[in-house]
Write a protein that binds this ligand. Sequence first.
Ligand code: GLN
Length: 190
Amino acid sequence: MKIGVLALQGAVAEHIKLIEKAGGQGVIIKRTEQLDEIDGIIIPGGESTTIGKLMRTYHFIDALQSFSAKGKPIFGTCAGLIVIAKEIAGQSEAHLQLMDIKVARNAFGRQRESFETDLVVKGIADDVRAVFIRAPLIESVGDGVEVLSTYRDQIVAARQGHLLAASFHPELTDDERMHAYFLDMVRETR
Ligand code: GLN
């Protein structure tokens, strides 16, 4: 199974490493033509405004919307979660507008800019290692979105069919179980 990592900005190499640890083949994606070669894609953490701008410049908005329309799985982590959301609190325009979630950016406040914890993630385990860095929160979810994890009563991971989103960085740990879960989603759709 070939899993792409969108490589416009952000934590790319770390995702490739965990995709391979979970048994997939990681592909660095820089051009839209490459989307035909892959079975699923991860949009990494970084800075969502920058990733969004680069996606517009390199024509990834339409390309990823049709990738999604074919039912091919997309996993957004941290900034990537913001990029796939239908709605961003306080911003008039969202990016890919694929997943029926409303997100709040930088939602943990200054004193909790970054931290690490173990999370209960439905369908995976009750001790998934998660790194939060200026992380977004999922404020609300639409029908058909399943909440997979919460941290102090706030939603930090969710799934809607072939779309998966996490507020944290699973790739900055050596815990590959989130990636293995995504690989299972890709396997289901093939
Ligand atoms: N705060 C960033 C944003 O709003 C996301 C941070 C991250 O990906 N670690 O885009």
